[in-house]
Design a protein around this ligand. Structure first.
Ligand code: ADP
Ligand code: MG
Length: 141
């Protein structure tokens, strides 16, 4: 499904709503250039999953779990693959356990860098910068 948002707030609201459709066990693979709105999307997702902590994305933190609470979803795991060039390191730190966890939603920023570890069920989400504050967000599910 393709969406156009016209502000960061609209992107936030889109993902907040999208969170309500999740059941747990999803792995969301976000792709898009710097400033395309990936982190903004994750912040809305976190809000929608009732995460109380603030989502930060320092690139030196590879994986960060948050407590969530929506239906059977108790965890939101944020992976930032920016500085990786394969999924080997994710394998090493056991990211696959989170991918398999039905009570967890995993979201991977810069997911194109770790395509080798995408699970079959991965939901690809592509971000494109259009003119000004417009962003095209494509959710392939
Ligand atoms: P990424 O994580 O993809 O690098 P961020 O979410 O960190 O991107 O940053 C997006 C930047 O673009 C922010 O500064 C935000 O204010 C701005 N922005 C402008 N329009 C939008 C929009 N429609 N959706 C999301 N962010 C937007
Ligand atoms: Mg980001």
């Amino acid at each position: 499904m393709k969406y156009i948002t016209k502000s960061e707030k609209e992107t936030f609201e889109l993902s907040q709503k999208f969170a309500g459709k999740l059941a747990g066990g999803e792995v969301l693979c976000l792709i898009g250039d710097l400033g395309a709105g990936k982190t903004a999307f994750i912040k809305g997702l976190a809000k929608g999953l009732n995460v109380k902590n603030i989502i930060t994305s320092p690139t030196f933190v590879l994986l960060k779990p948050y407590l969530a609470k929506l239906k059977n979803i108790y965890k939101l795991v944020h992976i930032d693959a920016y500085r990786l060039d394969s999924g080997a390191e994710l394998d090493y730190i056991g990211a696959e356990e989170y991918f398999k966890d039905e009570n967890c939603v995993t979201v991977i920023e810069w997911a194109d860098k770790v395509r080798d570890v995408w699970p079959k069920k991965a939901i690809q989400i592509k971000f494109k910068i259009l003119k000004g504050d417009k962003r095209e967000i494509n959710i392939f599910n």
